[in-house]
Design a binder for this molecule. Structure first.
Ligand code: GDP
Ligand code: IMO
Ligand code: MG
Length: 421
């Protein structure tokens, strides 16, 4: 029996996970999203149409069994809109959401906005969708779970307790005005609960029942350097994003997985925080423009830089990649030369792995290897040997240096624009 697969972003998110999940979902029985909330933005492009996703697993177009595990926090309005969008496109949605999944509430969003404002220059660049505060409540046992939302009596009680606490906090600590009433929230959310009732289930149990029988694809959101513990803390999201977290977020025992690291052929990041290989020059601007590097959810311009091997070495140590998918290689075409950050210098010392201390990261001087570019359009190429020689050299260097096989090379946003090795 083949091992379950897991998709992990190796950088700061937006590596093209959605595209690879869609590509791989064809051969899978079920796709399980296991972390994050609607701060994730995943894009699938099929036959020229762009499908944005933030909560539904990116295998949706294949009409496979879709599961949302308890590690995900659910904004019910957004999820229902996504379901509706795909149903209107004629997709049959077979979805189960774990009963334990926590619900993102309006007061979480208010707290997020108020905190970012209070932080001033030190703001994280949060999408202010309430994701961090929903995880805070979940971890501190103040959360409202899907199983509560679908039961009007319990929901009313829990909302009452939480609303009083949150209103006090928002108004007295942040001096923000809470304009929505408890009654308004109740009336809006109880309707969401009714609509989501048909999707509630025990994802942990479903995964156990199907384990070893059907091919399971676990879809991770965000990226390794946004991991709430191992990322560039505190400039991270509030959940774990590394491969090992899948076991507790879904609820199944540690076992062998095919861990596919999704690596953009260069580096991007949205929001604040350190970025050693960032390019504040014409090359950075070119990557941003050619790569259409705008946030899927936030529409903010993504910061761009060269591919950073110290980051990928740490990502590999944390995730145990069994193979890599290199995405957006086509974006590098036409650059006269391309660089890769090979290591950093910190106070004159060579450092080959991304450091954990932000103080050290801020001192890291990236040392590059330079590669000659190529001018051919590679988006229609489907075999490695047909890629321009300089492009092959770029990929071979990455593979050899990290000692991880590259299994997929994405050369365009469209589903079919991929080379499988
Ligand atoms: P995710 O969050 O990792 O799923 O990535 P996003 O969807 O937020 O951002 C990746 C963007 O790049 C999306 O607009 C994709 O359609 C697009 N994309 C994915 N793979 C490729 C590729 O190989 N080439 C190009 N040019 N675009 C790609
Ligand atoms: P996908 O799944 C890129 C970033 C935000 C911000 C920080 C905290 O599309 O790869 P939050 O809303 O969690 O409080 O924001 O994390 N961030 C992402 N950046 N891709 C993502 O997800 C992200 N999810 C969170 O920009 O800097
Ligand atoms: Mg994204």
């Amino acid at each position: 029996m083949v091992l379950p697969m897991i998709i992990i972003g190796a950088q700061w998110g937006d590596e093209g996970k959605g595209k690879i999940v869609d590509y791989l979902a064809k051969d899978c029985g079920m796709v399980v999203r296991f972390n994050g909330g609607n701060n994730a933005g995943h894009t699938v492009v099929y036959k020229g149409v762009k499908y944005p996703l933030s909560l539904l697993p990116s295998g949706v177009l294949w009409q496979k069994d879709l599961l949302i595990a308890q590690g995900v926090v659910v904004n019910p309005k957004i999820l229902l809109e996504e379901i509706d969008f795909f149903q209107k496109k004629g997709c049959k949605i077979s979805l189960t959401i774990d009963q334990r999944a926590n619900i993102v509430m309006p007061y979480h969003q208010l707290l997020d906005s108020a905190t970012e404002e209070a932080k001033g220059d030190k703001k994280v660049g949060s999408l202010k969708l309430g994701i961090g505060y929903c995880y805070e409540d979940r971890n501190n046992r103040h959360g409202i779970r899907l199983e509560d939302l679908v039961n009007p009596r319990i929901f009313k009680e829990k909302l009452h307790e939480e609303f009083i606490l949150k209103k006090k906090r928002i108004e007295s600590v942040f001096n923000y005005k809470v304009t929505t009433s408890e009654k308004e929230i109740y009336e809006e959310y109880v309707v969401y609960g009714k609509k989501l009732q048909r999707y509630i289930g025990d994802v942990s149990k479903i995964v156990a029942e199907n384990s070893g029988k059907r091919k399971i694809l676990f879809e991770g959101a965000h990226g390794t350097f946004l991991d709430g513990n191992f990322g560039t803390y505190p400039y991270t999201t509030a959940v774990n994003t590394i491969s090992g977290s899948v076991f507790s977020y879904v609820g199944f025992p540690p076992q062998g997985l095919n861990v596919i690291g999704i690596v953009k052929a260069y580096t991007t990041r949205v929001g604040g925080g350190p970025f050693p290989s960032e390019l504040n020059d014409r090359n950075g601007q070119l990557l941003q423009e050619i790569g259409l590097e705008f946030g899927t959810v936030s529409k903010r311009k993504r910061r761009c830089g060269w591919l950073d091997l110290p980051m990928l070495r740490l990502a590999h140590r944390l995730n145990g990649f069994t193979s890599l998918a290199i995405t957006k290689l086509d974006v590098l075409s036409d650059l006269p030369e391309i660089k890769i950050t090979d290591h950093y210098l910190v106070e004159g010392k060579r450092m080959t792995e991304f450091p954990s201390s932000l103080e050290i990261v801020s001192q890291a001087k990236p040392i590059h290897k330079t590669f000659a570019g190529w001018t051919e359009n590679i988006s229609k190429i489907r075999k490695f040997r047909d890629l321009p020689k300089n492009c092959q050299k770029y990929l071979t260097f990455i593979e050899k240096n990290l000692n991880i096989p590259i299994k997929y090379i994405s050369v365009g946003a469209e589903r079919s624009a991929i080379i499988e090795l």
